[in-house]
Write a protein that binds this ligand. Structure first.
Ligand code: FES
Length: 107
């Protein structure tokens, strides 16, 4: 079905509580690990200039370092003000130990 997978990083490079920024072209992704599961969000906060890869992970949420808004890491849905709009989220697949997304098909 025409998927074009993009390799972001090695799964081993992503630590829990420490999101990883991956820049590809002019796009920046934030890669998260929650337990054994991986999640990918658009790195740029939907509220302003904060980068979620610089944020703080609390449970299943990431807090933007800029104004302390929050998003659900699993869905990109905004969960705390001042954030209202979601950020794009991708369901990554791990292939040969590397995290991939289909950039054109966010969840
Ligand atoms: Fe992220 Fe304002 S820039 S909460």
């Amino acid at each position: 079905k025409g998927e074009t997978l993009l390799r972001l990083c090695a799964a081993d490079d992503v630590q829990e509580d420490l999101p990883l920024r991956v820049e590809v072209g002019d796009m920046s992704y934030a890669v998260f690990r929650l337990g054994d599961a991986f999640y990918v969000l658009a790195d740029l906060c939907s509220h302003g200039p904060g980068y979620l890869s610089d944020g703080f992970v609390e449970g299943c949420e990431v807090e933007c370092p800029f104004h302390q808004g929050r998003f659900d890491i699993r869905t990109g849905v905004a969960t705390a003000a001042p954030c209202e709009h979601p950020v794009s989220a991708w369901a990554p697949v791990v292939i040969d130990g590397a995290i991939h997304i289909d950039p054109l098909n966010p969840v």
